[in-house]
Design a protein around this ligand. Structure first.
Ligand SMILES: [Zn+2]
Length: 175
């Protein structure tokens, strides 16, 4: 297993609509394992394949936050929201591709999601609370959408400029 570098916004790969994965394979299981390792290392509660430059519809999550609680890693292949509630919820979201920037985003409070699991079986389940926010945020990544796309243009531009500066600084340090 490997910890992979996470792409930082702005990057054209983070704006791409990703391809569905074909049938389950060892390569896809390894990809999910590497993504989980990368997510836990960051640390974060969710990661989508385009964030590591793989333009396929794969996401991983673990929204268990309580200290000492059992981890609950979830890997989803070709996830899709099949139903969502009219009731909304506001969360202060962040993103591993937009480090140290947070903003309130309104999304449906409950979502029904269907996906293929690591054994190639179809699963369908309802998510609530932080899990619901996280799964919607990650599925957005597969459609080239970031949480800052929900913000007003001025705020989005400010964050993008900060990220461009961060990337320039990191590139200089790498020389
Ligand atoms: Zn994200």
């Amino acid at each position: 297993m490997a910890i992979l570098p996470i792409l930082i916004h702005p990057d054209p790969r983070l704006k791409t609509v990703c391809e569905p994965v074909p049938d389950m394979s060892d390569e896809l299981r390894t990809l999910a394992d590497d993504m989980l390792l990368t997510m836990y290392d960051a640390p974060g509660i969710g990661l989508a394949a385009p964030q590591i430059g793989v333009l396929q519809r794969v996401i991983v999550m673990d929204c268990v936050k309580e200290e000492g609680a059992e981890p609950k890693p979830v890997a989803m292949f070709n996830p899709e929201v099949t139903a969502s509630s009219d009731i909304t919820n506001v969360y202060e979201e962040g993103c591993l591709s937009i480090p140290e920037q947070y903003a309130e985003v309104t999304r449906p409070k409950l979502v029904q999601v269907r996906w293929m699991d690591r054994d190639g079986k179809l699963q369908e389940q309802e998510f609530d609370g932080l899990w619901a926010t996280c799964v919607q945020h990650e599925i957005d990544h597969l459609d080239g959408k970031l949480f800052i796309d929900y913000l007003k243009p001025l705020r989005r531009q400010m964050i993008t400029r900060k990220m461009q500066k961060l990337k320039r600084e990191r590139a200089r340090k790498a020389l």
